[in-house]
Design a protein. Structure first.
Length: 377
């Protein structure tokens, strides 16, 4: 037995590590937690303002959209309280409205591409410069989408949505319906909506006139100032007509739009020379993909049989209805679905027709980044 007297509870040593925090330390710890929670709440607020705004804009400027929208109609779609700065656009008839939701970690920005004049200007599309979005092209609104797009297209690391562009349809202007030297169909392709979004540049539409106005296309085709001015005038003239179409019944709207596209295609064929117009058609076909086979001139150029054209109809009908459903789908889902439709259409072609289709498309479309270099050659 030990001779040591028992240690009272009050005399027992304090276990190591149990030293209570001082008031200053408590203030620092709880202050840090409060700051962290405040930052997280702030970031969440910005994100949940930015995301719904972009979602609403994509619904408006979807691939199926061919219209300009008044700025007053766009403003209610903008969530939160972003800062707003107006900056000039490369095209003098447009300007940018740069909306920014402040963030410590993300670049929450949307650039609206709007007309320069008017108390309530029309919005041609939008871009998301800081987004890692496959739908956006670092060019984009008119390039620019691709909105804008989409338009369309933004359009790359930055997203741009639609700018209403003139789609093409109906018989072609120069060389309509006449096979080329390599069995290439003449005429134009059903251009589809002109609105797409991108990450910078001009509104990137997907229609005939909008594609012709892209900076890299202007450079490749070596368009003159007179030609670009006429194209700009042509697109401006279509603005009011597109707005009028929105209130028409669906069947009347489709017929009126087809007539408008045919007229615009003919006008473009008169503005450009023959090689320029032929190359522009190739670029449009690249945008619309194998959906162009529904056109009579393309079908004739590829030598499609009546049986093949019948097989195309349900695929194209499914594609048309499905495009509307994809407006709210993630970009990667929409891209995969479009690839599936193209694969279904391609499966109907013979091996020789598939080769002819690739020949019809010509050289790859110019990249926006190479536009300036091409112009100097």
């Amino acid at each position: 037995m030990s001779d040591r007297p028992p240690v009272s509870e009050s005399q027992s040593p304090t276990p190591p590590g149990k030293k209570p925090r001082s008031p200053v330390e408590r203030v620092i710890v709880w202050g840090g937690i409060a700051i962290l929670l405040g930052v997280l709440a702030f970031e969440a607020r910005q994100k949940y303002s930015y995301d719904p705004t972009v979602g609403q804009l994509r619904k408006v400027f979807s691939e199926e959209t061919e219209k300009y929208v008044k700025l007053s109609e766009i403003r209610p779609m903008i969530a939160g309280s972003p800062s707003e700065v107006k900056t000039p656009h490369e095209r003098r008839s447009y300007q940018r409205i740069d909306l920014k939701w402040p963030s410590l970690f993300k670049d929450y920005r949307v650039q609206l591409i709007v007309e320069s004049e008017g108390d309530d200007p029309l919005v041609a599309g939008f871009t998301t410069p800081g987004a890692n979005d496959p739908d956006s092209e670092p060019v984009a609104p008119p390039t620019a989408s691709t909105e804008l797009a989409h338009a369309g297209p933004p359009t790359p690391a930055g997203g741009m949505m639609p700018m209403a562009g003139a789609g093409m349809g109906g018989p072609g202007g120069r060389g309509a319906g006449r096979p080329g030297a390599a069995g290439r169909p003449g005429g134009g392709s059903g251009g589809g909506p002109g609105a797409a979004v991108g990450g910078g540049g001009a509104p990137r539409g997907r229609g005939l006139v909008a594609i012709a106005q892209r900076e890299e296309v202007v450079a490749e085709l070596k368009l003159t100032e007179e030609q670009t001015a006429k194209l700009t005038e042509l697109q401006a003239g279509a603005r009011g007509a597109f707005q009028t179409l929105q209130g028409m019944p669906e069947d009347e709207r489709a017929a009126a739009m087809k007539t408008m596209r045919e007229g615009q295609e003919k006008s473009v064929s008169e503005i450009l020379d023959e090689p320029q117009f032929a190359r522009l058609l190739q670029l449009v076909w690249r945008e619309t993909g194998l959906a162009s086979v529904e056109r009579d001139d393309v079908a004739k150029g590829l030598g499609l049989s009546d049986e093949q054209r019948e097989k195309f109809r349900p695929i194209l009908a499914d594609r048309q209805s499905g495009q509307r459903e994809l407006r709210d789908a993630p970009p990667e889902v929409a891209a995969q679905k479009r690839k599936e439709w193209d694969d279904q259409l391609r499966a109907v072609l013979t091996e020789e027709q598939a080769k002819q289709w690739e020949e019809l498309l010509g050289a790859p479309a110019p990249e926006p980044a190479k536009a300036a270099a091409s112009a100097t050659n």
